[in-house]
Design a protein around this ligand. Structure first.
Ligand code: FES
Length: 98
């Protein structure tokens, strides 16, 4: 059992099973087995999933439809947000007094 997506614990066998169900793209694999939906948003596993699709479907990697990308979401502390707002308010409070 070879783990391909570490974030979601998806194995190579699960990806191959999804391909046998009819998946042909990285996005379809993602929807079926959640590979690429972890905290790294597929940055670690996307290439491996693409290689498995290429090997199993005997398709050149250049012909595999690229996945949709979303920026990773990370928690942000309120102190950081407040610092940004404080900086913003300081600029507004100047009101041309300088
Ligand atoms: S390793 Fe697959 S989403 Fe992170």
């Amino acid at each position: 059992m070879k783990i391909i997506c570490r974030c979601q614990d998806v194995t190579e066998e699960e990806i191959i099973a999804a391909l046998r169900q009819g998946a042909t793209t990285i996005d379809e694999i993602r929807r079926l087995v959640r590979a690429g939906m972890g905290s790294c948003q597929g940055r670690t596993c996307r290439r491996l999933v693409s290689q498995i699709i290429s090997r199993e479907l005997k398709t050149p990697g250049s012909e595999i439809y690229p996945p949709t990308f979303r920026p990773p979401n990370r928690p942000v502390s309120f102190s950081l947000i407040n610092a940004e707002l404080d900086g913003h308010n300081d600029n507004e409070d100047d009101g041309g007094k300088k």
